[in-house]
Design a protein around this ligand. Structure first.
Ligand code: G3I
Length: 321
């Protein structure tokens, strides 16, 4: 897939979310990854809960191992993620924020985290989600009131962005959000947040549009809507990554395959869209797997048990392969 895309867009990256376990233990997974993708995102290994289980304690081993493998294969690495409500260690969630003095000491602890992590990875990440899913999980447009918000206020993305820039000025910074893939209030809010953040001295290069499609009836993404979306961000001077695309409805059907291909092909046609990432490699390690350790039916991702799925074939066709 990466080679086909590079014929028309040499700098464009097609990526996948990965985990260290299958990368090191499953030859099919590793082979399919390396021969199709030009970029990786650690599905979990670079989240704060995994990088710093206790305050001041850092566990970089798993993230470093993923980085080393990606580098040895000439793949780009996208960092995921710094400020993310859902993936914080307990110590970070529980930092006090009631008084000015508490907010000040918590600010120091949070900024220490940012500086330590970004300095550790300096020069090795191409891009980074500095803020992930800032808005309400109910698909609204107000901020999740997490520790970053409580300590730094509504300008927290700019604070994080500046700290990231100070530690690594070259990493391309993104704000990553779900439910903003088609025009609407949530997309407007994301666009405004990116611009406001830069207005406050931040260094946001663009936005990540996750493009999770869980229901083809209610959240299918059409080429027209996605084109309008990409134009909206381009007109605002921002870039876009399709950051976590997966289609978990219509498993293995032509409708699912077409949805995957539409998102990729539409992104590829837009100058503003710099990369496309799918949120997994093989259904064997699907993050939506059930208690029996298997998908009940069909396929979610581009590979299943090492074999390409109909979605993979449709993606290839969309790329002229
Ligand atoms: O590795 C630990 C294990 O040691 C522990 O015993 C076990 C007990 O809960 O948890 C394991 O960690 C789990 C981790 O996945 C690795 O399997 C976490 O609990 C679980 O919360 C985590 O889920 C991840 C989720 O984000 C939450 O961070 C999913 O794998 C991951 O696919 C999902 O990805 C998110 C993106 O980061 C942001 N956008 C939405 C996307 C899908 O929800």
């Amino acid at each position: 897939l990466q080679a086909l895309a590079a014929r028309t867009r040499p700098d464009f990256k097609i990526g996948a979310a990965v985990a260290l376990g299958p990368l090191t233990s499953d030859e099919d997974y590793a082979r399919n990854l390396v021969s199709n993708f030009g970029s990786v995102t650690a599905e979990n290994a670079m989240k704060p809960q995994f990088l710093s289980p206790q305050q001041g304690v850092y566990t970089f081993e798993e993230a470093d191992a993923i980085l080393a493998i990606a580098e040895s294969k000439g793949m780009a690495v996208h960092g995921h993620t710094i400020a993310f409500t859902e993936a914080m260690p307990r110590w970070m969630q529980e930092l006090p924020s009631g008084t000015d003095a508490e907010r000040q000491s918590s600010a120091t602890a949070l900024l220490d985290y940012v500086t330590t992590v970004v300095t550790h990875f300096k020069g090795r990440l191409d891009s980074l989600d500095v803020v992930n899913e800032p808005f309400d999980v109910d698909q609204g447009t107000s901020f999740q009131q997490n520790i970053w918000y409580r300590v730094f206020g509504p300008g927290y993305p700019a604070v994080v962005s500046k700290a990231v820039y100070d530690a690594d000025p070259d990493v391309l910074q993104f704000i990553n959000e779900n439910g903003a893939d088609v025009p609407g209030r949530r997309q407007d809010a994301l666009l405004k947040l990116a611009l406001d953040t830069n207005g406050l001295g931040g260094h946001i290069y663009g936005v990540g549009l996750q493009a999770h499609v869980y229901d083809l009836k209610t959240d299918a993404i059409s080429a027209g809507d996605l084109t309008d979306t990409l134009n909206n961000f381009e007109n605002a001077g921002l870039h876009v990554r399709i950051s976590e695309n997966d289609v978990t409805d219509g498993r293995g059907t032509g409708a699912q395959a077409k949805q995957y291909a539409t998102v990729l092909a539409t992104c590829l046609r837009s100058r503003a869209c710099v990369s496309y990432t799918t949120w997994g490699v093989d259904d064997r390690y699907d993050w939506l797997i059930d208690d029996n350790g298997r998908l009940q039916q069909g396929h979610d991702f581009l590979f299943d048990d090492g074999q390409p799925t109909p979605a993979y074939d449709e993606m290839r066709r969309a790329l002229g392969g």
